[in-house]
Design a binder for this molecule. Sequence first.
Ligand SMILES: Cc1cc2nc3c(=O)[nH]c(=O)nc-3n(C[C@H](O)[C@H](O)[C@H](O)COP(=O)(O)O)c2cc1C
Length: 348
Amino acid sequence: MTLSLKVGSFLPIMTNQNDGVSSSETRKKDHLDLAMKSCTNLMQIDHRFYYEPALGIHPRPDQKSSQKFLGHEFDFPFWVSSMTGGTEHAFVINERLAQLCAEFNLGMGLGSIRPLLESHSRLKDFNFRSTMGDRPFYANIGVAQIDELLQKKELARLEDTLETLQVNGLFIHLNPLQEWFQPSGDRYALSALEVIREYTALSKTKVIVKEVGQGMGPASLRALLKLDIQGIEFGAFGGTNFSLLEQKRKIENEVNPLTFVGHSAEEMIGFINKLETKKEFIISGGIQNAIDGYYLKQTLNSNSVIGLASAWLNPARESYESLRAFFMNLAQQYQMCEAFLKLKKEGE
Ligand SMILES: Cc1cc2nc3c(=O)[nH]c(=O)nc-3n(C[C@H](O)[C@H](O)[C@H](O)COP(=O)(O)O)c2cc1C
């Protein structure tokens, strides 16, 4: 089944700035003017759900969609997926995202802290424990950097940085394709599985493993889920793709067909549902609206939250108010899904 993953496709369509307070006469006039332009066609119908208008009530303004995730109580099942750090611009974005997590009881992963392994000169771009309060706050590093630290017996450099940041744990990202396409990217001499197994045997840090836009196949998922990790973030195919991004940084225009291998979030859910696991999951990769997130979360049998990365960027760049408004819209639309949509089971 194909997901409808358009930015803002779930935003309310504002036709009249005064809607809600407009007089009945103005509203009736709008209806006449716009009725001819507001026809749907059968191709547009979303077949993933039963729509049950008789069974739900509208979300109240103060309503929460609470759930436990990684041992923390969340007010809404949303996660800020790993993005940025290492520039002044990144500091502003991260600070606003951390503020959002604190206000709405969400969780956040930082972008790669690789620059901090060399020097703490840009520590402030990553140092948001005080803004996050007691919310789940995770650092992020590539599996290649972990391998390098293990080889050099310098793991303490990473562990000290994690302690300085006061994070709850660490995302380890697997990105063999991105590294391959990246000019002077890292090369894996050991499999990611072997490196993470060794790291988890040596460190007490809680680990979540993620991809960065390609997703993961069933054998990788099965093997990783046997390790001593908290869970997996999908980083599925269908959204931001760093293999493509690295090729766009080069001069050649041709895109390598390897860019298009991978797995959608929906396909990954099919793989995971066949496994016996109590681990937790962040469903991410191309999720830009609440209805797709709701659909995927409903389909996965394990405990999960919905991770967004690029969708936060524009509102977070603008201002905290824009980010807050974006999130409130997302959360309300999610609650509308909870109230009025029931997932169709396979074959229904
Ligand atoms: C600007 C940007 C920077 C990112 N940096 C990282 C990173 O440092 N480490 C990582 O594991 N993933 C990184 N990601 C990947 C995301 O965490 C996520 O897996 C991927 O973007 C898919 O989510 P999206 O489609 O919602 O953007 C980054 C994504 C974006 C958009």
